[in-house]
Write a protein that binds this ligand. Structure first.
Ligand code: DQA
Length: 151
């Protein structure tokens, strides 16, 4: 039987389009385009296919999560500020069967207290936080391993 290529959806949340210019002492100097390029290269090596979306809008993020059902094998999500308060994003992730991995460039637990709480943490497989742009690569490796185990 032909093995279909596993598909991973990467969702970048609000303000991540500003990476490179935005608080580089916290988020580093790589742009979102640089990060996406690295992800594409690593996906190729891992033998998985990726699609990437960035949105500044909570509703678009929720629709994107809903539409992932049946289309993707795993989601990697940096919900950015929505992480800390969007019960709607949390419920969207809880409402689909696609497993998700939570990613943050910075270590949210070392920062302001309002960032310590992730409302999505309880509905994802795991959280990777604090490795800068490499957090995404670690998540991609985790996702590839996860979906190969499920195959
Ligand atoms: C972030 C951390 C969030 O607290 C913040 O609102 C972001 C980015 C990170 O990747 O470190 O926008 O998710």
């Amino acid at each position: 039987m032909k093995d279909h290529t596993k598909k991973i959806l990467i969702i970048h949340g609000p303000n991540l389009n500003l990476l490179g210019k935005r608080e580089p002492h916290i988020y580093g100097s790589m742009t979102l385009e640089d990060i996406n390029k690295q992800l594409c290269e690593r996906a190729e090596i891992l033998g998985v296919s990726i699609e990437v979306i960035q949105t500044n809008h909570e509703g678009v993020m929720i629709d994107t999560i809903h539409n992932a059902e049946g289309q993707y094998d795993c989601i990697i999500i940096n919900a950015a500020a929505f992480t800390h308060y969007s019960i709607a994003v949390r419920d969207a992730l809880a409402g689909i069967t696609v497993p998700a991995i939570e990613v943050h460039l910075s270590n949210i637990h070392k920062r302001e207290e309002f960032r310590h709480k992730s409302v999505i943490a309880s509905v994802v497989i795991g959280q990777i936080s604090g490795f800068g742009a490499h957090s995404y690569i670690l998540a991609l490796e985790g996702a590839a391993k996860l979906i190969k185990q499920e195959a």
